[in-house]
Design a binder for this molecule. Structure first.
Ligand code: IPE
Ligand code: IPE
Ligand code: MG
Length: 250
């Protein structure tokens, strides 16, 4: 497993503790290219990517950021070669099993969002167990988007709401943003303040489409397995220089 870095253990002094994002979302991209650059199979990049995520979670805890969401597998990622998909599913399961005890101890509350029903049974069992075992934890809220697609999430919310209308529990005129949010996978989790995407791609790739309405977007060309505390520090420093206007004028 990753070695605890000796540097940046605490919040860097140039960052303002009162202006930290309360929720950071990450599109962990570039694992394949990281491996390719080293003439290694793509799966090695995914393995290294787990270490990067583990340290980012710990870093959020160390620096006082209360919520982290990571995009682990999109609804579109099923289109990859079967062997890679298979590897990822097994990797998720293995990592969850290995890390659950530590997450419990570190007071992490883990939640999975996405269409979990279509995941392999053995992975679902680990997911259910991890959510159940950490549901009362009060520390960092760690959300993993697995078989997640923003469009799918919106459609399933529409279906759930339409069913309530059809059955007479809700009136059409009562549907508002608040009601809608209650039917999203992310119900109860605040919207991300900062979205980080690694590997230089300037797109959202179907991630948290509704929730991202006013997130500050930070893109770095660093590939995900190389994303460390130094990189996170840069992202946070950039975030703190942004002026968030939410459509208003200063
Ligand atoms: C992100 O890295 C990990 C997942 C999508 C699971 P990629 O696998 O997309 O890496 P690149 O983009 O091909 O380099
Ligand atoms: C987004 O990365 C999905 C995850 C990081 C899980 P992709 O590599 O799948 O995105 P595209 O294909 O470059 O848009
Ligand atoms: Mg990619």
């Amino acid at each position: 497993m990753s070695v605890e870095p000796v540097t940046l253990q605490q919040l860097p002094t140039d960052l303002n503790r009162n202006l930290l994002p309360q929720h950071v979302a990450v599109i962990m991209d570039g694992n394949g290219r990281w491996a390719k650059n080293r003439a290694k199979p793509r799966i090695i990049g995914h393995q290294k990517g787990v270490d990067a995520l583990k340290d980012l979670l710990r870093c959020c805890k160390d620096w006082g950021i209360p919520a982290l969401t990571a995009y682990a597998f999109s609804t579109e990622n099923w289109g990859r070669p079967h062997s890679e998909v298979q590897f990822l599913m097994t990797l998720f399961e293995r990592v969850l099993r290995r890390e659950l005890q530590e997450m419990k101890q570190e007071n992490v509350k883990i939640r999975f969002v996405g269409n979990l029903l279509d995941l392999p049974n053995s992975l679902r069992q680990e997911i259910d167990r991890s959510m159940e075992d950490t549901k009362n934890n009060q520390g960092i809220q760690f959300t993993v988007a697995t078989n997640y697609g923003g469009r799918h999430e919106i459609i399933q919310a529409c279906q759930a709401i339409a069913t309530k209308v059809e059955q007479g529990y809700l009136k059409v005129a009562e549907i508002n943003e608040e009601i809608f949010e209650q039917h999203l996978y992310t119900q109860g989790i605040p919207h991300p303040d900062l979205l980080i995407r690694t590997s230089g791609e300037m797109r959202i790739s179907n991630f948290l489409l509704w929730q991202m309405a006013y997130a500050e977007i930070y893109v770095t060309t660093t590939l995900w397995p190389d994303f460390d505390r130094v990189e996170f520090h840069k992202a946070l420093a950039t975030y703190q220089r942004r002026e968030r206007r939410f459509g208003k004028v200063k």
